[in-house]
Write a protein that binds this ligand. Sequence first.
Ligand SMILES: Cc1cc2nc3c(=O)[nH]c(=O)nc-3n(C[C@H](O)[C@H](O)[C@H](O)COP(=O)(O)OP(=O)(O)OC[C@H]3O[C@@H](n4cnc5c(N)ncnc54)[C@H](O)[C@@H]3O)c2cc1C
Length: 398
Amino acid sequence: MPEASASLRTQVVIVGAGPAGLLLGQLLARGGVDALILERQSADYVLGRIRAGVLEQGSVEVLGEAGVGQRLLAEGLPHEGIELAFDGQRHRIDLAALTGRRVTVYGQTEVTRDLMQARAQAGLRTVYEATDVSLHGFDGNSPVVRWRAGGRAHEARCDYIAGCDGFHGVARASVPTGALRTFERVYPFGWLGVLCDTPPVSDELIYANHPRGFALCSMRSRTRSRYYVQCGLDERVQDWSDDRFFDELRSRLDAEAAERLVTGPSIEKSIAPLRSFVAEPMRFGRLLLAGDAAHIVPPTGAKGLNLAIADVRNLARALIASCRHGDEADLETYSARSLRRVWKAVRFSWWMTTLMHRFPETGEFDQRIQEAELGYLVGSRAASTALAENYTGLPFEN
Ligand SMILES: Cc1cc2nc3c(=O)[nH]c(=O)nc-3n(C[C@H](O)[C@H](O)[C@H](O)COP(=O)(O)OP(=O)(O)OC[C@H]3O[C@@H](n4cnc5c(N)ncnc54)[C@H](O)[C@@H]3O)c2cc1C
């Protein structure tokens, strides 16, 4: 017997239930626009991915406007500074004094959990474990999205498709060749990250430039630490015992921080490659890209999640204006406005990555240049302010 198929209609189909897709669903629902989210993985799998942890002030505001700011405000850790470590010393960049702004440490998993809960409470529909998602007709007026779930074929007719399905998703891949221009830099190293239930070594993040390579001391809460060391692309996680990881981390920190470091068993350990990538434009007819589906930055400047939130803020406003009031002006400019800000964050992440890491070709000259730039950075109010402005987040309309 041929299997039954089901068809439905909604205003927006959102592909991907990462932070971009879930936040878009939440903002659209609050703006009176109906949306369906399709996600390839299970909800537990999405919640289990350990990723970003630093939110710009503007991101916190958007999450508040979306009605998911309560736990973030109660449990997020406001940070008014970061530390740069080099040449055996730590130097504080006072973000708040330089810009009047701060960042908040709150894990991407927690942002995702809050958005999933809000969606469930409002009775909004997310299809998890949707396979074979395919996008059709977005160059005309009647897009259709097809997928399989629960052994059946499904389709949704809609006004718009939002591609929030990350770097490896189907949305960007559905755009005809030639309609897309891509820009990419792949860095010749990765980050080996460890998550553990130990108190962080410092109240603020430490970014360390060391002849052995970059290191970052970050955290997710007052009892959960996230540490990274720069590693080669040929490294394998299984070759890194916890002891080996913490010995390497200690060797890249200043003596005081190394002494204070509390170690414990890792609860997650992974290697992430570093890449800068931008696809232009972010709109093709009735298909709109947001977040990692359109761009990737190396995590050095803590921008990936924040860029996704900024895109979605713009996109939600534009879709609400079109779906509710037939006003397409913001949709027309969505791509150009988003890309202007995206490129500034791509530049900042590239600059911070270049400043803080050892490159394979780095010799003593390059090391001295990095140290001179770091010295200038911490010694000049103008240079520190430029760092602080970018780190805490540029204005949304930029
Ligand atoms: C390993 C790792 C570590 C990171 N660490 C940091 C960090 O420390 N700091 C930082 O700022 N940023 C970090 N990032 C970046 C940050 O996590 C991303 O920028 C952020 O997740 C972007 O959100 P998104 O919703 O656009 O994409 P994603 O979070 O990638 O979500 C996309 C969703 O789409 C789903 N999907 C994919 N294909 C399909 C399909 N065909 N059909 C249906 N659904 C699909 C995926 O399963 C996923 O749930 C990290 C990223 C990675 C991969």
